[in-house]
Structure formats: C-alpha cells, structure tokens
Ligand binder design. Structure first.
Ligand code: LHQ
Length: 260
C-alpha cells in the first residue's frame, strides 16, 4: 500500500496513515487503503488495533487538493463523498470487536480529529493539538464529530470547539475528557505499546462486549441497559476466558486469555 502502512504481530494490528508531506490528509487512495487494512485486521482477528500518523502529524483531515473535495465549476456532492469514505470508515472502526487505540501526535484537524475521536481510546502526546477546522472552510464537523464531541465533553465545550475552530492542546483535551490520556512527547510510543500489549493480552470477548454495551447505551434506558448487561454477562459467563480469569486469580498467577 502507498498511503497506509499495515502490520500485525502478537495480536496487535498497526495502521499508520502515511502521507507525511501532506500531514496525512485523507485522499481517495488513502481511504481505500485504510478500508482494506481495517478489513485485514478484522479478518485476522486482531486483538487490538493501533492507528497513528507518520511524520509530524496524526492527520490534517480531508485533503483539500483532492478533486473529490475541491469546489469547481460542477456542483460538488460532498454527501456522496462522505457516504463513500468517512461514514463507512467511522462505522468500521466502531464495529470492530477489538479496541482501537489512536496514537495522536502533532495536529489532528478536521476529519483527522474526528477519526481519532472515533477510536475507542485516544492517547496523545503533550504537544498534540486537536482542531475542529471545518468551520474555517465553510463546513460543519463531520465523521461523527457532532455526535462524539457533545458526548465526550458536553454541549458547551462541543459548541465552543466547533464554532470557533480553536486549537485544543492535548493536556486540556485530557482534562476535559475528550481523550483517554495525554503523555510526554518522548513517551508516546512506549505508552501506546504498553497499552496495546495490555489490551492484546486481555479477554477479547469481554472487551468486545464492553465496547458494544457502552456505545449502545446512548440509545437505551437504564432498565434496558441492565437487560443488555445481563445478556452479555450470561454469554461471557460461559467463556473459557472467564474460567481462566477466575482460576488465575485463585491460583495467584497471571491469566492466559485465549480470546474464547
Ligand atoms: C494539506 C492539508 C490538507 C491538503 C496540510 N489538505 N494538504 C470531509 C468531506 C469532504 C470534503 C471536505 O472535508 C471534509 C472534512 C474535513 O476534514 S474538512 C477540514 C480539512 N482540513 C483542514 O481544513 C486543515 C487544513 N490544514 C491546516 O489548517 C494546516 O495545515 C494545519 C493547521 C493542519 C497544520 O499547519 P502547519 O503545521 O503550519 O502545516 P502546513 O499548513 O504548512 O502544512 C504542511 C503541508 O501539508 C503543506 O503542504 P506544502 O506542500 O505547502 O508543504 C500543506 O498544504 C499540506 N496540508 N493540511 N487538509
């Protein structure tokens, strides 16, 4: 692949957006390659997926030089472009059963920020910044940002970020609950590695159920959610990993979860 790097080792799938001279801005090729890398991770039953950017940024969002995004003579249907690219990407990330970790350094702007926030856990280097850049070019936040932002930081901060396009530093982002963790720049790689290894060794089915239950909770009442938890717990109670987890605890040893 030309715009995306993919590898899988020890249950950890790694996807790196790789157009560093364009700050990893998304073009049509990158979308296609990213889709196929995510599909590969899914088929290989990766136990965790790490998404990062090459060079000095995570991603500057849509490539504004891409013909699909340049307003020209003919009417431009951004809706069709979004239907073909960002929306399936965000759905694919959310529908993956394994946790998806975004490792953010440098800039995450526009859809680059949205895609990071669509991941399950975002770890950012202290110097990273998140920019809702859409308003500056006459668009609204997309790729799930209008859904994720208010849920993560509340309506007041979501509107503040989206309406002003102000840059949000990683420390503030973590303090607001927009991201999971902000770490020293020099420690981003090692912290992401540690988290990925921890998740790859965790009971896979329990993580998948947790992810599905938490995201699904927004459209349910507490009473409905209690039923969902019961049903998922019933299934997990029959898993080999649950037996292993309890046995390991009682035997005072580290568990070896097989993901079954
Ligand atoms: C870029 C880009 C870029 C192309 C930097 N495209 N080249 C969805 C659906 C369909 C259509 C429209 O949009 C969307 C959603 C969106 O994502 S809308 C938001 C699109 N993104 C932006 O508006 C951000 C534009 N970029 C910037 O504001 C700055 O580049 C940031 C603040 C990200 C970084 O600034 P600097 O660190 O000063 O870097 P730079 O501006 O010098 O960029 C470095 C190079 O990357 C430069 O190329 P060059 O050949 O001059 O070295 C930029 O042109 C290129 N680049 N973003 N989105």
């Amino acid at each position: 692949m030309e715009t995306v790097l993919y590898s899988l080792a020890d249950g950890i799938a790694r996807i790196t957006l790789n157009r560093p001279d364009k700050l990893n801005a998304f073009n049509a090729v990158m979308h296609a390659e990213l889709r196929s890398a995510i599909k590969e991770a899914r088929l290989a039953e990766a136990r965790v997926l790490v998404l990062a950017g090459a060079g000095r940024a995570f991603s500057a969002g849509q490539d504004l030089g891409d013909r699909a995004a340049i307003p020209g003579g003919a009417a431009l249907d951004l809706g069709a472009a979004i239907d073909a690219t960002y929306n399936p990407l965000v759905r694919a990330l959310r529908e993956l059963p394994c946790p998806v970790v975004a490792a953010v350094h440098g800039v995450a702007a526009g859809a680059g920020a949205s895609v990071a926030l669509a991941c399950d856990l975002v770890i950012a280097a202290k110097s990273a910044i998140f920019i809702q850049a859409f308003g500056k070019i006459g668009l609204l936040p997309d790729s799930g940002a209008t859904w994720n932002l208010p849920r993560l930081v509340g309506t007041a901060r979501a509107l503040g970020l989206a309406l002003t396009g102000e840059r949000l530093g990683a420390e503030q982002a973590a303090a607001w609950g927009l991201i999971w963790r902000c770490v020293e720049d020099a420690e981003l790689g090692s912290q992401v590695e540690e988290l990925a290894r921890q998740l790859a060794a965790a009971p896979t089915r329990a993580l998948a159920s947790t992810k599905a239950a938490i995201y699904g909770s927004w459209q349910r009442t507490l009473s409905e959610q209690l039923d969902v938890e019961r049903d998922l717990q019933r299934e997990l109670g029959l898993s080999a990993d649950f037996r292993e987890g309890v046995a390991a605890f009682l035997e005072k040893r580290a568990p070896r979860f097989a993901g079954r």
